[in-house]
Design a protein around this ligand. Structure first.
Ligand code: MF3
Ligand code: CO
Length: 247
């Protein structure tokens, strides 16, 4: 069941979403060759708590960290640890903050130093996929129009879209209805109502669409070991368009 938010509830969501936005920018400023993903996690946790929020991921279904840090062929849910980022890597940072009784959620993929042309294109296209996905989104839009636009842009650029991981509604819970796939058929799915709050999060793969989960039970990697990128915002569906809360 999709829980449509009141204007008052949306106002309460602004702060956790702003904290997500600012934490992503802060973590991004720390990304450089030589830093470990654990250092990024500690910095993010400290920053989120300094703003009076709670890192929602920590302890979620037993997840052991405050952020997900997924490097190169890791698609999502990479667990921070002693891995040292090296020049030429890309790292996807996904994090949530809980405050005022609500969650905010966002993700960005950062370059570590200078990266090759394929990774540059992947980062650009992944971000473009988000904006293509929400370009025509407004009250009344069929849900799967989002994924159809994301998939079209990814595939036109020679990339592919993960099927196993999707966007979602968000509110009092980090994951609410509906699921928001990054693929689908235009004109299908429930018509979204004004006040629906969604996380739209393209996860785009340079190679083919197949992924597997590592023995840690969390980290999803591409089977062909080619790189992946992730870009996510929390947004409100409005009568005439959208309002992005994490930008
Ligand atoms: N932030 C992720 C999302 O976009 C969820 C992370 S799963 C967790 O849905 F276990 F790490 F929290
Ligand atoms: Co999300």
């Amino acid at each position: 069941m999709i829980i449509v938010k009141t204007e008052q509830e949306i106002d309460a969501m602004r702060e956790p979403c702003a904290i997500v936005r600012d934490t992503l920018a802060y973590v991004g400023s720390l990304v450089r060759p030589g830093v470990t993903t654990q250092e990024l996690d500690e910095a993010a946790e400290g920053y989120i708590r300094s703003r009076g929020a709670i890192p929602s991921c920590l302890g979620y279904c037993g997840y052991p960290a405050s952020i997900c840090a997924s490097v190169n062929e890791e698609v999502v849910h990479g667990i921070p640890g002693p891995r040292i980022l090296r020049e030429g890597d890309i790292v996807s940072i996904d994090l949530c903050a809980y405050k005022n009784g609500f969650h905010g959620d966002g993700a960005r993929t950062f370059a570590v130093g200078s990266i090759d042309a394929e990774k540059q294109k992947l980062l650009r296209v992944t971000e473009e996929c988000f904006f293509k996905g929400v370009e025509n989104l407004r009250a009344g839009t069929p849900l799967y129009d989002i994924g159809a636009a994301v998939q079209k842009h990814a595939e036109e650029n020679g990339f592919s879209v993960v099927r196993e991981y999707v966007g979602h509604g968000i509110g009092h819970e980090m994951h609410e209805d509906p699921s928001v796939p990054n693929y689908g058929k235009r004109g299908t799915g429930v018509r979204l109502r004004a006040g629906t709050v969604l996380c739209v999060e393209p996860m785009i793969l340079a190679g083919d669409r197949h992924v597997r989960v590592l023995a840690d039970g969390w980290t999803a990697v591409t089977q062909d070991k080619r790189p992946a990128a992730h870009y996510e915002n929390t947004l409100v569906v409005r009568e005439g368009g959208i309002e992005i809360l994490t930008l």
